[in-house]
Design a protein around this ligand. Structure first.
Ligand SMILES: [Zn+2]
Length: 463
């Protein structure tokens, strides 16, 4: 059977695979500092070509995208693998045991900036494709690779790039490997993420601080303005009171209910990771709140005087920062309009400033999507355990571009060890996880090919 030959090829070429990852890690590619990114695109494109994959470097307004493909029959099922070859800044350098761009193996791990996030994970797909080419004449599905060079800087050009290259990127599913496994080492399938809308509310009173005795009751107090406004926005249980806020929130379906009930939960242990004694809720409530419900958070409040002694003033300004976490089908534009309308009604003196940076849309693939079960089976065959299904991460990621711009669902399967130290000194990728990742990709390609041949997978609309 071809998968046996593919597996053997992967096992017999571990050293070469590791050397290729080292070459990639050796080339710095820090998008935040524009250091070596374009050179890294070149290294990566050359690597793809050496592995028999047609590759091009496609420019964007900012950093280039490395695009590769293996397409034998344009009508066949097509998987688009997305990853990013840029890395976080390596600083502080003195905390690294070995230099960040000099890959080094210690205790079964490869150390270096970008080993886990995301170079080791993206080339796992490439190496799996190569194994299929060498051992079986080619993968059982079409493969497209989109590797961007500025994910760590908020992917400013990705949506525009996809919009401009829609026919070239046409695919049936987007597959993403980023982040780590569960700390137990158990595999996970990740179906989406919450969005985020960052806002600043500014209230102004007089043009200077005033004496709170001499002017108290006469001069307006901007702190009270914000306190009243905020309490009109969210009730004490956390329910958002802004009109229409929940209009587009998707009801929780039967499959989601079932998955929520099986999710790992330990109120004491989970509370400890947050610095709390315990959590006063059950598992399904905990996971529903994090994955499937929006939340309006106050992350900063600045006004008046809280230094030593006292200063009896009516402050002249008050400022409050919010991050509103949104769920799939809520959009940042719609929620921003609703917040502005609410503020205009309750206290038009308060200014609403939207912070563009860091704003991201929510996105979530339904757990009933047939590819979820197919990929879960593939992972089980490789790793010997069924993966946990993560309906969505509470945090925000740029996944929404796939359904909203390309019109394709996305499924994530992280390959790195949980303690990969991504974004931190001594980033590393366990060699076992790296080789497992290549096997998982190879098996996923096969499983999708089989399922597509049975007509068991949804296909993109006719081109
Ligand atoms: Zn990262």
């Amino acid at each position: 059977m071809s998968i046996e030959r593919v597996r053997r090829h992967i096992d017999e070429h571990r050293e070469e695979a590791l050397d290729m990852l080292k070459d990639l890690v050796r080339q710095p590619s820090v998008s935040a500092q524009d250091k070596g990114v374009k050179e890294c695109a070149q290294v990566l494109a050359d690597l793809l070509r050496r592995l028999g994959i047609a590759a091009e470097i496609l420019p964007t307004a900012t950093q280039p995208i490395v695009f590769g493909e293996i397409v034998r029959d344009a009508a066949a099922y097509t998987l688009l693998c997305y990853g990013h070859y840029d890395v976080q800044p390596p600083e502080p350098l003195d905390l690294w045991q070995t230099p960040p761009f000099e890959p080094a193996v210690r205790d079964g791990r490869l150390y270096g900036r970008g080993t886990g996030d995301n170079k080791g994970q993206l080339i796992a797909h490439v190496l799996a494709a190569h194994a299929w080419l060498e051992a079986a004449g080619g993968p059982p599905i079409n493969l497209k690779f989109v590797f961007e060079g500025e994910e760590e800087s908020g992917s400013p050009s990705l949506a525009g790039f996809i919009r401009g290259q829609k026919s070239r990127l046409a695919a049936d599913l987007v597959y993403i490997s980023d982040g780590g496994l569960h700390p137990s080492g158990a595999p996970t399938i990740s179906l989406g993420n919450r969005g985020i809308l960052g806002l600043t509310l500014v209230a102004r009173g007089a043009d200077r601080d005033n004496h709170s005795g001499n002017k108290g009751g006469v001069a307006p107090n901007p702190v009270w303005m914000l306190v009243h406004l905020l309490s009109s926005m969210v009730d004490p249980t956390g329910r958002v009171l802004i009109e229409g806020f929940y209009d587009h929130v998707r009801p929780i379906g039967a499959t989601e209910q079932r998955l929520l009930a099986t999710m790992d939960y330990d109120p004491k242990a989970f509370a400890a990771t947050m610095g709390l004694e315990t959590l006063p809720m059950d598992g399904p409530t905990y996971w529903t709140r994090i994955m499937l419900e929006p939340y309006c958070n106050i992350n900063g409040f600045l006004s008046g005087y809280v230094g030593p002694g006292s200063k009896t003033i009516i402050p002249s300004t008050a400022e409050c920062r919010l991050d509103i976490r949104l769920v799939v089908d809520q959009t940042t534009a719609d929620i921003l309009t609703k917040v502005r309308r609410h503020v205009a009604k309750v206290d038009p003196r308060v200014q609403v400033l939207a912070r563009g940076f860091g704003t991201m849309e929510a996105s979530r693939t339904a757990p009933e999507h047939p590819a979820v079960g197919v990929i879960a089976d593939a992972i089980r065959r490789c790793r010997g355990v069924a993966p946990a299904i993560d309906l969505a991460s509470g945090g925000s990621l740029p996944n929404a571009v796939w359904p909203s711009v390309l019109g394709v669902d996305h499924i994530g399967v992280p390959y790195a060890n949980a303690d990969e130290n991504n974004h931190s000194p001594n980033e590393n990728l366990s060699l076992d996880r790296f080789y497992d990742g290549i096997h998982v990709s190879a098996e996923v390609f096969r499983a999708l090919g089989d399922a597509a041949a049975r007509g068991a997978l949804p296909r993109r609309a006719a081109r």
